[in-house]
Design a protein. Structure first.
Length: 296
């Protein structure tokens, strides 16, 4: 009875602390749902684990905002534009802080917006396409992965996505489709070439208003809870940094774990393997049950 009372006291105190934290902020993270087990069982049962991979795109053009992004209090992945003036310095800083680094490749968009150095376009011959890509891959140090900057037109092109994945294959780097077009073929092409890959789930800051970003962050939580994880993209805007600086500690306090993109890829791979094994086991059990019924 004394152990039971102690555990109940700890549970109530913990719940009270989290509730107080929620009321102190507008950036409330939904609580992880409890099951129907007793208080004693819940105290010893591990909580569900929800993972978030947050990628900060468009890194390298502004030093102070980039530095502020790198100092965010979480395991965050940073995607750098090739040839941007502060890319190497900021990539070195991120690497010193053991953060993960990606290459953010500019790709042609349907709106015709200027791409800047290293941009890949639909009118490039394959030789020029490959050369530009090779130079971009060499422009940023420590890269572990690649994602597209814009690209609503280029990622829809089967031929160019084939060229891209042919160049990336065998380099031991992953690819994330930023999914700027619902017709994107990038993710499918990456998988066809055996490249570890995923797609973006949520953009945080298409709209920089506080209300809009709060809405997107609620979506992040919903996706992570529903699927077990979420791939999220944001940008080093001052408005975004202010929101994230307040939201990240609250999300972590309620059990959401921020992981680098490479780690999330491994987590999802393991999860898919477990699901496959569970389906095989379920099918085997059904076969055994059917056989037993026939034998009787």
């Amino acid at each position: 009875m004394r152990l039971f009372a102690t555990l109940i006291t700890l549970f109530v105190c913990s719940f009270g602390a989290v509730s107080a934290l929620e009321f102190q902020s507008e950036y409330v993270v939904p609580s992880i749902p409890n099951d129907n087990t007793s208080s004693v069982e819940s105290a010893f049962k591990p909580s569900p684990r929800f993972y978030i991979a947050l990628i900060i795109d468009d890194m390298g053009y502004r030093y102070q905002s980039g530095k502020r992004a790198i100092n965010l209090p979480a395991n965050i992945t940073y995607s750098f534009l090739p040839y941007s003036p502060h890319a190497r310095k900021l990539a070195n800083l991120a690497n010193d802080k053991h953060k993960e680094i990606m290459l953010h490749i500019p790709m042609e968009a349907t709106n015709g917006k200027a791409l800047g150095p290293g941009g890949l376009t639909t009118d490039m011959p394959k030789a020029i396409f490959d050369l530009e890509l090779e130079h971009s891959l060499s422009a940023i140090p420590f890269i572990k992965g690649v994602n597209n900057h814009m690209g609503s037109l280029l990622t829809e092109q089967k031929e160019q996505m084939t060229w891209l994945m042919e160049s990336l294959a065998g380099r031991n780097i992953y690819f994330v489709d930023s999914r700027t077009s619902v017709k994107s073929l990038a993710f499918k092409a990456a998988r066809q070439y055996g490249i570890t890959s995923e797609t973006r789930d949520i953009f945080v800051d298409h709209d920089l208003s506080k209300k809009a970003m709060q809405k997107q962050l609620k979506q992040v939580i919903n996706v992570a809870k529903r699927n077990g994880s979420a791939v999220v993209i944001a940008h080093p805007f001052p408005e975004t940094m202010t929101i994230l600086e307040q939201w990240l500690p609250l999300a972590k306090a309620q059990g959401f774990e921020f992981v680098y993109m490479s780690d999330l890829l491994n987590i999802r791979k393991e999860y898919r393997a477990q699901r496959t094994e569970q389906k095989r086991l379920t099918q085997w059990q059904k076969q055994q049950t059917t056989a037993a019924i026939k034998n009787n």
